[in-house]
Design a protein around this ligand. Sequence first.
Ligand code: AMP
Ligand code: ZN
Length: 123
Amino acid sequence: MENCPFCKIVNRRLPADIVYENDRVLVFRDIHPAAPVHLLVVPKIHIQTLSDCTGVHAGLLGEMMALIPSLADQQRIGVVGSTAETRVGGYRIIINTGPDGGQEVYHLHIHLIGGPRPWKYKN
Ligand code: AMP
Ligand code: ZN
């Protein structure tokens, strides 16, 4: 899409700090990080919102979601420890959708937000 910033990043017409890429998905750092780690996971094809997705997008959405744990581990924000006493780390994923969802960029993206608190992001 001509004026879509994330399509421009996918097409290397706009710079970004890219941390992962495959044929279908690109992951880069948010320019206004809300926490120590703030990545955006985007499909390479232009999809405006999650509301535009149907069953035909299940594979792509699943792939984006399934990437999150390895990205989190790569960024050292994965959950380590298996009991309440030992467990550390963690993150939040968010898909803002539409005006009431607070979406600003109309190219589907998953926010991956984490790292030691406090965060700028609410809660
Ligand atoms: P959303 O409100 O879910 O649409 O979030 C859009 C996010 O994209 C915001 O967190 C912005 O900081 C981020 N953003 C906008 N433009 C860029 C860019 N060129 N490179 C990296 N992140 C961006
Ligand atoms: Zn786009």
